[in-house]
Design a protein around this ligand. Structure first.
Ligand code: GAL
Length: 629
């Protein structure tokens, strides 16, 4: 630590930022590295090497308490040279007590370091922030090199996020029946049909359906509609659910044609909780919990196995499951027996991401096998297809998905086809044309604010590519107990961040795949996943993805048109301080007075003219519905 004499004779002390407690850095991927780049190399920017500083990954935030005793901040910043040709572009910002003190502008890999030299006199709280340069955060390895704070007294201190209390907003469902979930359902002619009516309310409950197409029947005790039929066209069915407290009716549009997944799939996937350690027992337990927790009554349907179920191939080339999955047919029967559906995972390359058997050269055989086993969903993950097409052009990017799509179309079973190739080649522009029901738009999500918010908010502008049967997918949910291994822990997202996560994914019409250990659902997590008015935004039959209407710094307003002529509006505060936000009718294309309903609280807020104002917490959201009076 160096000491310098200042004109006022106060004893100045200089602190390297790497000496602070870097566990408080919130970053998009990996963990912060003291005196090293993100990948653990000597920090290097534009050919210049640095001994001190820290390596991080956009989007990254470090909040520092200066106690009003700091004088100056200096650093050399840039993208680390370890990124090389892979790209990477970031923007650095220094924010003092909510005001931007310095900005680097967009910096790309190979650019020389930029020097930040900022006066801090009187500043109490400093935020070191790295943005994604406006183009997503792939390969955004960022360095705060030689970052130093000069203090006139005391020491700088890294700050954790401000404490937040866990507040359950979702009201408890009423005792009377309420029919939830999709109001429109697509099926291909002749495919086995399974649609389970989702209804909350006290049991026992009985179900009925008028005008079911010939070939389908409804079990009055379970509410499951099964069978098959060939007649293409739209069939409007009236569903009824009845219990001791009343009767609910809801119409269901069954569309028999070429398109399935007319609303975004709702379900669970094993990856974000169990990662490589997933077993048959975990999957059964997830299905059990989906029913026991009541999630099934709110429209949740799929139980999806991710990577690491495969056990090689037999002598005829048929894919086998590993010892962890002793009998796939028995497993799918078990899940279907609960009125749920089940998904599986593979890769177009020779191996999956976790180095299990992929589908390369076995696509038809695998699709047949998935159908025989009884799967309803396939996640198809690019990974080792890199070996086949190391620098794929547009056609090469599409090819493996076209091949598997043809294979899936050749079996008489409706299998939702989920592309997982992290957004390569702007997949949203062509995913639907080649049979994708959804496609990942970015790399893997993790349970940090940086990762979740970047994955979600980057869908601005992609709304024109989503619609019934084909959805943008910013990746699975990171609420509840996650861990990517047999050892799970509570999500690191704070409560307001979790409200943002679910609200945004609903506005975006994203597939909602719960990524947590379902046997450990706590009251708060369950409340996030069972708010029928919020889920209805995701499942709205119009299938219109929300648009970003306003962006003012860290404040964003998103709007989604709903089938009944109303709009769902999200007021999002991505900033560090609670802020008042205003949704103006003029920005939303509205006039006159509008009824405002708070969707999380399921509460009418009154009638408003011209605008609606609300105070939005740090990293939080207010989700409302505006309807004409
Ligand atoms: C990744 C994918 C993850 C998970 C993992 C399995 O490529 O994005 O969601 O499926 O592979 O190995």
């Amino acid at each position: 630590m160096a000491s310098i004499a200042a004109p006022c004779q106060a004893k100045m002390e200089t602190f390297g930022v790497e000496s602070l407690d870097l566990q408080y850095v919130d970053q998009g991927w990996g963990s912060p590295q003291t005196n090293k780049s993100l990948a653990g190399n000597t920090i290097a920017i534009g050919g210049q090497k640095f001994e001190h500083g820290f390596g991080t990954h956009a989007v990254s935030t470090l909040r520092i308490d200066l106690n009003g005793s700091a004088e100056r901040f200096t650093a050399a910043v840039g993208v680390d040279d370890e990124v090389g040709q892979k790209g990477g572009s970031v923007n650095f910002r220094l924010i003092g007590d909510g005001k931007i003190l310095w900005e680097s502008g967009v910096m790309r890999s190979g650019n020389p370091a930029k020097m930040a030299d900022v006066e801090l006199h009187g500043v109490k709280r400093l935020v070191l922030n790295v943005g994604d340069g406006g183009d997503g955060s792939s390969w955004d390895h960022a360095d705060w090199a030689d970052a130093k704070i000069v203090m006139s007294a005391g020491r700088p201190k890294a700050l954790g996020p401000p404490p937040e209390s866990v507040v359950v907003l979702t009201p408890k469902p009423s005792s009377g029946p309420r029919i939830n979930g999709a109001k429109i359902f697509g099926v291909r002619p002749g495919s086995p049909f399974l649609f389970a009516i989702s209804a909350s309310g006290n049991r026992p409950m009985t179900f009925a359906g008028d005008h079911l197409p010939d070939g389908l029947s409804l079990d009055p005790l379970t509410g499951r509609i099964t069978g098959k039929f060939e007649k293409k066209g739209v069939h409007i069915v009236t569903l009824t659910a009845k219990n001791a407290f009343g009767t609910a009716k809801q119409s269901l549009k069954i569309v028999c044609g070429d398109t399935i997944a007319l609303t975004p799939p709702l379900g669970w996937n094993s990856w974000n909780c169990f990662g490589r350690d997933v077993t048959d027992a975990n999957v059964r337990a997830a299905a059990d919990a989906m029913v026991a927790s009541g999630l099934i009554d709110h429209g949740w349907t799929y139980i999806n196995i991710d990577d690491c179920w495969q056990g090689g191939r037999d002598t005829n080339g048929n894919i086998l499951s590993s010892d962890k999955f002793p009998d796939m047919k028995a497993l799918t029967d078990y899940v279907h027996g609960k009125g749920l559906k089940i998904g599986i995972y593979s890769s177009p390359g020779p191996q999956t991401c976790a180095h299990y058997e992929g589908s390369h050269h076995h696509e038809e055989q695998d699709a047949r096998r998935y159908a025989e086993w009884g799967f309803d969903y396939l996640k198809y993950d690019w990974c080792s297809y890199d070996q086949i097409a190391p620098s794929p052009d547009h056609d090469q990017m599409m090819k493996p998905y076209q091949v598997m799509c043809a294979a899936l179309n050749s079996v008489q079973r409706d299998i939702v086809f989920s592309f997982c190739q992290y957004g390569m080649g702007n997949v949203w522009e062509w995913g639907a044309q080649i049979g994708g029901n959804c496609w990942r738009t970015s790399g893997d999500i993790t349970d940090t604010w940086a990762s979740m918010s970047v994955n979600g908010f980057r869908l601005a502008g992609l709304e024109k590519f989503a619609g019934p049967g084909h959805w943008n997918d910013p990746d699975m949910l990171v609420v509840g107990y996650v861990g990517w291994s047999a050892k799970v822990r509570p999500t690191r997202l704070l409560p307001n961040e979790q409200y943002t996560h679910i609200s945004l994914w609903c506005l975006l019409c994203s597939p909602l795949l719960i990524g947590c250990d379902m046997t450990k659902l706590d009251e708060f997590t369950l409340s996030l996943l069972t708010n029928d008015e919020v889920l209805a935004v995701n499942q709205d039959p119009l299938g219109r993805q929300a648009m970003r209407i306003v962006k003012e710094g860290e404040l964003e307003i998103w709007a989604k048109d709903l089938e009944d002529g109303s709009k769902a509006i999200g007021l999002f505060n991505r900033g560090e301080e609670k802020t008042k936000m205003t949704a103006k009718w003029s920005d939303l294309g509205l006039t006159g007075s509008q009824k405002v309903r708070d969707l999380w609280r399921q509460k009418d807020m009154g009638t408003f003219n011209g605008k609606f104002q609300a105070s939005v917490p740090r990293h939080g959201v207010i989700l409302i519905k505006l309807s004409p009076r």
